[in-house]
Structure formats: structure tokens, C-alpha cells
Design a protein around this ligand. Structure first.
Ligand SMILES: Cc1ncc(C[n+]2csc(CCOP(=O)(O)OP(=O)(O)O)c2C)c(N)n1
Ligand SMILES: [Mg+2]
Length: 347
């Protein structure tokens, strides 16, 4: 049975790609891992609003709910020693690249046991051992970091590829153009992955971009530009896999536009006064979790196994919340100037 999508959505989302076939190099175990990660990220970020309302979180956070296919599809196509750079909406990237949800949650709670010893919060999570070079609250800033990481791979003669996740809002920053230009000139092993969710806070991308079809801008840097369905983990996987092969072969960067819709609010307490949140609900038809579940069931995976995975993801997040809330500690005032730089001697 085909997965049903309304005509209204198909008309509004021409890059829809049906999930009919898994990529040939993804085993069933890989697909089940993908399904688990989609659920883990959804559970993780669905908790955020509740935590913020209960005043348990330090600072604010942006939910990756609905975006999961991009981080999971991309990171499944990478190796452990590949790098990623992230954004203010970064938990999905971190978890998909192998981050530990106990440590992300502890960081969001501002605890010593968190990734940044409680001093970075939601928007600055990094785990260099897993190749997660860091989330960044400054829109567009990770572009230059990604180019630096890719340059280091060339200088150090490593085969690592860097994926630079960023939003459509980031593509209007000067550094976006400068970074792709430099990477194009030097044929660096970097993949610029635009998550075009049509919105930058309350600004519609089509209103502020002279060329809102981001992948078409690749022509200006003489690199390939790929448009893909950002609600489809298989489609994103295939795009990133081919771009990574190209990068590893020394052929330079690729610009991938993963298109989707930001179905949720910009941040945990966004009242979305600039649009009608009810009108957004129709987009949940493209929910990557529902689509992948449908695909797996159609391909003879027992629904019970999938429910077990969903439950495992739920339990893993409950455990992470319990850990952050009851088993972790607040930083003490004497550590105020510690853990701010890789080398504390600097201050
Ligand atoms: C340089 C800069 N300008 C403005 C902001 C405020 N800001 C935070 S998120 C955001 C929108 C980003 O939109 P986009 O890049 O499309 O990512 P999305 O939130 O849609 O994932 C803005 C303007 C910022 N953090 N940095
Ligand atoms: Mg956006």
C-alpha cells in the first residue's frame, strides 16, 4: 500500500520523494537504527517545552521535531571520524552523530555532568571525540568553522569529511557565500547542508531570498547542488553519501538543500503570532517517523518490533531527564572561569 499524502501537500512540496526503496547499502539493522534515532530525537526535543514551562531548563532551546530525517539521514552516511558543525537547533545533529542523551540533557539542565560542564546550554553542545565540533547560536557562523575543519583534513592528510548543517536563514549571511566560495576554490571535503524549513523565526524565506531555491546557488561556486526531501531519511542519506564520496575523492564540496517545513514553533515558548499554527498541522503528513514506520511495515518488519524501538527511545529519554534532574550537580561558583576554553591556562 502506498503511503498517502494529500494533493494539497504534494502541490506545496514538489520535492516529495516517496519512501519506496531503502538505499542498497543500508542493511535492515541500519534501518532499525535509523528508526530508533528518529524516535530518540523526537522524544528528546518533545520534552523541551515541558521542561521550559516547569523552569527546569537553563536558557532556551529550539526543537528539532519534524527535522529528524535530515540529521539521521546525513549522519548515517558518515563515519565516526567525520565531522559535523551544527546550529542553534542542534540536538538532533548531536544525537544522530553519536552524542549521549544523558549528557545533552544534563547540559540543558545546566549541570556539571553535561557536555560543557553546564556552561554552554542547549546551543553550544560539542563532543569532539564523536566529531561533533559544536552547535553555534550565531546564525551562519558554523560555515567558516566547517571550512576550517575541512581544510585541516587536507593539511593533516585525513580522509574525514565535514557536514555543515545550517538553516535557510543562515544562507543570507555573508559568511555563507564566503565559505562556499573558499571551499570551492580549494576543493575542500565539506558538504554544506541547508535545512530549508521556509522560516527564520517569523520571517518567510521566500520573502527575503532573491533565490530561495538554495541548491541552485551552487552554480555560482561551480559545485554540485542537490535538492532533496528533508522529511525523508533515505533521500537525505543518499544525497550525503554521494557528496561524501565525492569529497573523499578530492573533488570538493557539494551544496545540499534538504527542504521541509518547520512545523513546530521557532523555540520552546514561541506563540507563533506571525502565522497560524493550526494551518501547519497538515504538514505532519510528511512526518519522517510515520513514513519510515509505514515503509518498514510494508517491508515485513513486525509492528511489535517497531513499538519496542519506540518504547526504548521513550525510556532512554525518561532516563536522561531523571539523570539530569536527580543525579547531577550544579556548577559551583569557584568554577566560574573554568571549562570555557579547551585550554584553561588561556585566562
Ligand atoms: C547572526 C544572528 N542574527 C540573528 C540571530 C537571531 N536568530 C536566532 S535563530 C534565527 C533564525 C534562524 O533561521 P534559520 O537559519 O532558517 O534556522 P531555523 O531556526 O529555521 O532552524 C535568528 C534570526 C542570531 N542568533 N544570529
Ligand atoms: Mg529556517
Amino acid at each position: 500500500m502506498t503511503y498517502k499524502v494529500s494533493k494539497e501537500i504534494l502541490d506545496a512540496f514538489p520535492c516529495y520523494e516517496a519512501m519506496d526503496n531503502a538505499p542498497e547499502d543500508l542493511s535492515l539493522d541500519d534501518q532499525m537504527k535509523m528508526y530508533y534515532l528518529l524516535n530518540l530525537i523526537r522524544e528528546h526535543d518533545s520534552k523541551l517545552k515541558e521542561l521550559w514551562m516547569a523552569n527546569k531548563m537553563c536558557g532556551i532551546a529550539h526543537s528539532y521535531a519534524g527535522h529528524e530525517a535530515i540529521a539521521v539521514g546525513a549522519c548515517m552516511a558518515l563515519a565516526k571520524d567525520d565531522y559535523i558543525t551544527s546550529t542553534h537547533r542542534g540536538h538532533g545533529h548531536v544525537i544522530a552523530k553519536g552524542g549521549d542523551v544523558r549528557k545533552t540533557m544534563a547540559e540543558i539542565y545546566g549541570r556539571v555532568e553535561g557536555y560543557n560542564c553546564g556552561k554552554g546550554g542547549s546551543m553550544h553542545i560539542a563532543d569532539v571525540e564523536q566529531g561533533i565540533l559544536g552547535a553555534a547560536g550565531i546564525v551562519g557562523s558554523a560555515m567558516a568553522l566547517a571550512v576550517g575543519a575541512a581544510y585541516s583534513s587536507v593539511v593533516l592528510n585525513k580522509k574525514s569529511v565535514t557536514v555543515c548543517f545550517h538553516g535557510d536563514g543562515g544562507t543570507s549571511q555573508g559568511v555563507w557565500h564566503e565559505s562556499i566560495n573558499m571551499a570551492g576554490c580549494w576543493k575542500l571535503p565539506v558538504i554544506f547542508l541547508t535545512e530549508n524549513n521556509y522560516w527564520a523565526v517569523g520571517t518567510e524565506f521566500t520573502r527575503v531570498a532573491a533565490q530561495p531555491e538554495v541548491y541552485k546557488r551552487a552554480v555560482a561556486y561551480d559545485i554540485p547542488g542537490i535538492l532533496t526531501d528533508g522529511f525523508n531519511p533515505f533521500a537525505v542519506y543518499k544525497a550525503v553519501k554521494s557528496a561524501a564520496e565525492r569529497a573523499r575523492a578530492g573533488q570538493g564540496p557539494t551544496l545540499i538543500e534538504a527542504r521541509l517545513m518547520r512545523i513546530v514553533g521557532h523555540w520552546v515558548a514561541d506563540d507563533e503570532s506571525y502565522r497560524d499554527p493550526k494551518a501547519m498541522e497538515v504538514w505532519w503528513q510528511l512526518d519522517p517517523i510515520a513514513r519510515m514506520k509505514h515503509y518498514l511495515i510494508e517491508n515485513n518488519v513486525p509492528p511489535k518490533s517497531l513499538e519496542e524501538i519506540e518504547l526504548r527511545a521513550k525510556n532512554d529519554i525518561s532516563d536522561a531527564v531523571e539523570y539530569a534532574e536527580n543525579q547531577c550537580n550544579d556548577p559551583t561558583p569557584d568554577t566560574l572561569f573554568k571549562d570555557l576554553y579547551a585550554n584553561d591556562e588561556i585566562i
